[in-house]
Ligand binder design. Structure first.
Ligand code: 7RM
Length: 640
């Protein structure tokens, strides 16, 4: 496999080259893609000035990303499995789609979309469970040049409608329902409700999955199987410009209104393939499994695009980690002899709480690489993952990146970069991070902590926010002139390794000392009775900010209830120092989390401030009920 770094010496050499001459570096990588017409110029950019940000990669290149997945791989991989689909219910048979079979399905559905009159540039919203047709639908859009906007199937009707309307999509693709553990989710009903306020949608394509009864709107609703009826599999890919939009993906910002992150064709393609191969050190014939939902960027880049561009075999799982039992992940690893396994720390922590016996009864000897993404991984979870899941023999790649970056940015290379628990380690060649202080001054050298920015474009970066280019500049390029603002704080340790501390708004300034909420949480989580915690700042008369910790504990006895607070304080003092000791500790039964497992600290901060009058949009919460419980038990008087 080309473009793969195989040693630390090569890493350092490539890194130097990528900084000295980024255009030559990326051109060499892009050479191995299939182009209808090569680019005239590798890069044209400015982060400021009229129309900024303006970032054009592989200028005037012509291509189609699906030709790079299918036509490019067809001679060698026609009969190789592209997607192994594991259903929610282990009693249902799995599906294996070869590159040849997947290609036919993509061309067929592409023809169905064309028959409905869908054109290049149209926005197609996709609201599907984790079934193979989700991958087929997105690739069919890419095939004809339509822009897919995938909405995670756990979002509510309101959230779906907002996203459809923001992109003025004219097509929605959904299913009758979806299976999730023991539950059936009525996706068509939810979509129907959303579509009541979506005037732009002309076609609603409905896939049969659960066979549940659905209401039908004649004219608008069409069964998937009717759409592809008789269309055949002859299909020529639409020729796209490098900078034509490939997809929109909504992500929440600091305000309530979701941002439609725009990714374009060539840059995203080159970056997702390059990062996939290098980070996971994928070898031909390996089985790769990313447990994310395709509704999030992680699924876009590391279930579908990255692996399929690289000609990999990618596992796609419809269900949840704890159904029918807490051993499901490990059962699947054993079933398909998964080699690279990529998941989120929140899933790891949830499984730790279930006990080791769910792990040890499965054969995990196929595993060679473990990955994490989405949030900092605490040391305890890292150790469990490394020792128990990896049997002490698998490198862990702690991959830092964002919806906006399109692919992995700061990460170890599996088995190559020496790792340290909780550190994302080093930037990939081609990625130029910089730490700055709040005034924007560069913090040079090692052993510094600041705001993480990126100082040079990379091919996978966002190009705009859909319909609001100005907001894109304001959000990411206006705080520090000439830099992309990640919104994360980070530390560069004595060795030059990066540790992501968390969102900059999550850094608490206590008596003039900056303390990362993630650091305090890590320390609190060291207490044997603690399952999880979330820390925020709150106004403190003397210190400026005090530390407020919301903590989930394992069953506590009456006696333990009486001592737990002091014990947690002592634990934090032990692991960080008295400066980080929480001023207030509230034992809770749950935390306000988004469906992707991110704690909504905004809500906890508001409650800690004693103000629950305006908690903002809580519709994306997994369980809005926990908020009430937290307000009632708060350690401050809370205004409602
Ligand atoms: C891929 C994804 C992005 C935010 C990002 C960070 C946090 C992601 C890590 C991490 C520490 C990591 N996209 N984050 N990865 N923090 N270590 N390895 O998650 O757009 O949904 O979120 O997630 O705060 O800014 S995302």
């Amino acid at each position: 496999m080309t473009n793969k770094i195989t040693s630390m010496a090569e890493y350092y050499q490539k890194y130097q080259e990528s900084v000295a001459n980024p255009e030559a570096f990326w051109a060499e990588i892009a050479e191995s893609s299939f182009w209808r017409k090569k680019w005239d110029k590798v890069l044209d950019w400015r982060f400021d000035g009229p129309g900024a940000p303006m970032v054009n990669w592989f200028v005037n290149g012509k291509l189609n990303i699906t030709e790079n997945i299918f036509e490019r791989n067809m001679f060698t991989r026609k009969d190789q499995v592209a997607i192994i689909w594991e259903p929610n219910d282990p009693k249902e048979k799995e599906v294996r789609l070869t590159y040849g079979e997947l290609f036919d399905k993509v061309k067929e559905f592409a023809n169905g979309l064309l028959k409905l009159g869908v054109k290049k540039g149209d926005r197609v919203a996709i609201y599907l469970p984790m079934v193979p047709e989700l991958a087929v639908a997105m690739l069919a859009c890419a095939r004809i040049g339509a822009i897919h906007s995938i909405v995670f199937a756990g979002f509510s009707a309101t959230a779906l409608a907002d996203r459809i309307n923001d992109a003025s999509a004219n097509v929605l693709i959904t299913s009758d329902g979806g299976f999730r553990g023991s539950k059936k989710i009525p996706l068509k009903d939810i979509a129907d409700e959303a579509l009541e306020s979506c005037p732009t949608v002309e076609h609603n394509i409905v896939l049969k999955r659960t066979e549940q009864d659905v209401k039908w709107t004649e004219g608008r609703d069409k069964w998937w199987h009717d759409v592809i009826e008789g269309v055949g599999i002859d299909n020529e890919a639409e020729v796209m410009d490098s900078e034509d939009t490939l997809f929109i993906l909504y992500t929440s910002g600091s305000t309530g209104k979701p941002k439609g992150v725009v990714h374009t064709t060539a840059g995203y393609m080159v970056f997702s393939e390059y990062t996939f191969k290098n980070v996971f050190q994928y070898n031909d014939g390996d089985v790769f499994w990313c447990t994310a939902d395709i509704g999030w960027v992680t699924g876009h880049s590391y279930i579908v695009y990255g692996p399929l561009l690289a000609g990999a075999t990618s596992v796609m799982f419809e269900g949840v980690p704890t159904w029918p039992d807490a051993g499901r992940f490990w059962e699947i690893v054993a079933k398909y002899k998964v080699n690279q396994f990529y998941t989120a720390p929140t899933a790891i922590r949830a499984l730790i709480a279930q006990g080791n016996e769910w792990v040890t009864k499965h054969d995990l000897s196929s595993l060679s690489v473990l990955g994490t993404v989405g949030e900092p991984i605490n040391e305890e979870a890292w150790r469990w993952y490394h020792d128990l899941i990896g049997g002490g023999k698998c490198p862990i790649v702690d991959t830092w990146w964002q919806t906006e970056t399109g692919g992995i940015m700061i990460t170890p290379l599996a088995g190559i970069t020496p790792t340290k628990p909780s550190l994302a380690t080093l930037p990939l060649p081609g990625v130029q991070p910089i730490l700055v202080d709040p005034e924007g001054n560069e913090l040079k050298g090692n052993g510094v902590e600041g705001i993480l920015c990126i100082k040079f474009p990379w091919p996978g970066m966002l190009r705009s926010l859909y319909g609001d280019h100005k907001r894109c500049h304001e959000t990411y390029f206006s705080m520090f002139k000439g830099l992309y603002l990640t919104g994360d704080g980070a530390k560069r340790d004595e060795e030059g390794y990066y540790r992501i501390i968390g969102r900059i708004d999550d850094v608490i300034n206590v008596s003039g000392h900056r303390i990362g909420t993630a650091e305090v949480e890590d320390a609190i989580n060291q207490h044997p009775k603690v399952n999880e915690s979330a820390v925020v700042g709150y106004p403190h008369e003397i210190k400026g900010s005090g530390i407020y910790a919301y903590v989930i504990c394992e069953d506590l006895s009456e006696d333990e209830m009486g001592t737990i607070e002091n014990e947690i304080k002592a634990t934090v003092t032990k692991f960080i120092g008295p400066i980080a000791k929480p001023d207030k500790i509230q034992i809770v039964s749950g935390l306000p989390k988004t469906r992707s497992g991110k704690i909504m600290r905004r809500i906890l901060r508001k409650i800690g401030e004693g103000d629950a009058t305006n908690l903002g949009d809580t519709s994306t919460l997994l369980d809005p009920g926990v908020v009430e419980e937290i307000i009632t038990g708060a350690k401050v008087e809370v205004k409602r």
